[in-house]
Design a protein around this ligand. Structure first.
Ligand code: ADP
Ligand code: MG
Length: 209
């Protein structure tokens, strides 16, 4: 006889749709837009969805995820990936879709959290920056990319050349990796424009460190 675990919203299987999707790219590449598009489609399919964002993201309102073209859906602000599990455990209903925006700001447990939810049948949609402003892989994103069934790399429009941009160049602010900001602080650039901009700014090239 099959032993059933104590009932909890997370202890269910059988949907067979648990998976990890990652949407990444530089700032202004449409990651949040794409996350919102996928969540809206899930809602059309009557799949309960919830969007989480990290407390570190202090832009826009606290209770919604907003893209640069002002599209928005309600969201839950959390301090850690542990808070995501905690929140889901407390809900009376099951969520079949869990979306996470600004995933690069999360702690080292995020990949394990995503795997455990996906293994229980949850579809994870994680969006975040793949590279920081120095052109280095950002936080837990590389691990998530490896674990994901599906990876979507988006590009912004390069502010120097108009071509597809893969890098987020910091034009103002300090040297800390996490510096929340908008167009006043970051511009998307192609590789060539990024290397040149960093050279002009008197910094080392992205791969030479
Ligand atoms: P991300 O979450 O990747 O930062 P958003 O989904 O919030 O991006 O915003 C994407 C939107 O940003 C685009 O649809 C466009 O309206 C706007 N935008 C502003 N500057 C740029 C740019 N340089 N390249 C592309 N989109 C831009
Ligand atoms: Mg975004």
């Amino acid at each position: 006889m099959v032993h059933h675990e104590e009932h909890s919203p997370l202890h269910y299987t059988g949907l067979g749709e648990g998976r990890i999707e990652v949407v990444c790219g530089p700032m202004f590449s449409g990651k949040t837009e794409e996350l919102l598009r996928r969540v809206r489609r899930a809602q059309i399919a009557a799949q309960p969805a919830v969007i989480f964002k990290p407390a570190a993201d202090t832009r826009y309102q606290k209770d919604q995820v907003t893209s640069h073209n002002a599209s928005a859906l309600p969201s839950v602000t959390v301090r850690s990936s542990g808070d995501i599990l905690e929140y889901l455990r407390k809900q009376p209903r099951l969520f079949t879709v869990v979306a996470i925006d600004e995933a690069q700001f999360f702690d080292a447990e995020l990949p394990a959290t995503c795997v455990s939810l996906a293994n229980k049948g949850v579809r994870i949609i994680a969006a975040g920056l793949d590279l920081d402003y120095r052109g280095k892989p950002f936080g837990v994103i590389p691990e998530l990319l490896a674990l994901a069934e599906e990876v979507t790399k988006l590009h912004a429009v390069c502010m120097e050349t108009g071509r597809p941009a893969h890098f987020s160049h910091r034009i103002a602010g300090g040297n800390s990796t996490v510096e929340v900001g908008e167009k006043d602080r970051y511009i998307p650039l192609t590789r060539q424009a990024f290397v040149e901009a960093r050279r002009q700014a008197g910094r080392r090239e992205p791969l030479s460190e």
